[in-house]
Design a protein around this ligand. Structure first.
Ligand SMILES: Cc1cc2nc3c(=O)[nH]c(=O)nc-3n(C[C@H](O)[C@H](O)[C@H](O)COP(=O)(O)OP(=O)(O)OC[C@H]3O[C@@H](n4cnc5c(N)ncnc54)[C@H](O)[C@@H]3O)c2cc1C
Length: 278
């Protein structure tokens, strides 16, 4: 039986495993290899790593984890989580079972992009959804923002960065690389040459574990956690994009905040297990 099984090998899960390893807790980290920022060639807005390829960051942390004897990393998907505090069972896709006293969910979310031809191919490059991750890269150019509930706020955020911000009245029906970056084709037949395009994307939980465990969800569809990463079920913790506290309308989705949440949740696992024995 492991002290903890961490499901997810993005920044939240990796940092959680590092924290648990440094406290000599036995930890199994499971990683199915589907990272939210996989479409992006470079990661931004992370101190000392601004512009680093996301895969390089993950590789560096994996190398660090290898230095801790109690940390085991397996590249395999989990399919089911059962049990209660002190005795959880995690089923893996190869049919094997692993047991742990605590579970840390760090499985992230999956972006649901609108069905616009060309969008998937350009997402993470000249098509973005987060101005903090990809905004400065369009500096001094024209930026097109897809109309939607967040369009005006996004336009205000990008105003000091872009030379011009356009929210077209007509629907966006196609995107292709070209011009200053992206050519935005509209339903009225016009085409806008822009440095970048912001899409209105939605997201959903990547994994079924919150539902399987009956965790309380928030309006955003994310797992409700307290400030220590505890979910509504004793012994189950969550960190990263899949979870946030009720004070926030949605996760502040970034590599740094996901890693920080992983650290906090892992520290809570250590502390809560000790307090339970006193
Ligand atoms: C295109 C794009 C660009 C971005 N650029 C930036 C940026 O520049 N800077 C920045 O700070 N943020 C950026 N972000 C946001 C950032 O990627 C996320 O906030 C961050 O990755 C969240 O980390 P996480 O650990 O919660 O989830 P993820 O990184 O998505 O990791 C989830 C992990 O869970 C695993 N997993 C899921 N299901 C299972 C399962 N059943 N079994 C085992 N493992 C499972 C996955 O394989 C993966 O290892 C970007 C996002 C996108 C979409």
């Amino acid at each position: 039986m492991y002290d903890a099984i961490v499901i997810g090998g993005g920044p939240a899960g990796l940092q959680a495993a590092l924290t648990l390893g440094r406290m000599h807790r036995s930890v199994l980290l499971l990683d199915s290899g589907q990272y939210r920022n996989a479409p992006a060639a470079a990661m931004h807005n992370f101190l000392s790593h601004d512009g680093t390829p996301p895969a390089d960051l993950r590789a560096a942390v994996r190398a660090e984890l290898a230095g801790y004897d109690t940390v085991e990393v397996r590249e395999i998907a989990a399919t089911r989580v059962l049990g209660s505090a002190g005795a959880f069972t995690v089923a893996l896709i190869d049919g094997s079972l692993e047991e742990a006293a605590s579970i840390l969910l760090a499985t992230g979310v999956r972006d649901r992009l609108p069905a616009v031809p060309g969008l998937d191919e350009l997402f993470g490059d000249v098509v973005a959804h987060c101005p903090f991750c990809h905004g400065h890269e369009f500096a001094g150019g024209r930026v097109v923002i897809q109309d939607g509930p967040h369009a005006l706020a996004l336009a205000g955020m990008m105003a000091p960065v872009a030379a011009e911000v356009v929210i077209p009245d007509s629907d966006v029906v196609g995107l292709r690389a070209g011009g200053a970056g992206v050519l935005v084709e509209l339903a009225d037949g016009t085409e806008i040459d822009a440095a970048g395009f912001f899409v209105q994307a939605a997201f959903e939980q990547s994994a079924p574990f919150a539902e399987q465990l009956g965790l309380t969800l928030l309006e955003s569809g994310c797992v409700r956690v307290d400030g220590f990463g505890r979910t509504s079920v004793d012994g189950v913790y969550a960190a990263g994009d899949l979870a946030h506290t009720p004070e926030h309308p949605m996760p502040m989705a970034s590599v740094l905040t996901a890693a920080a949440a992983g650290l906090v949740a892992a520290a809570s696992i250590v502390r809560d297990r000790v307090l339970a024995t006193l």
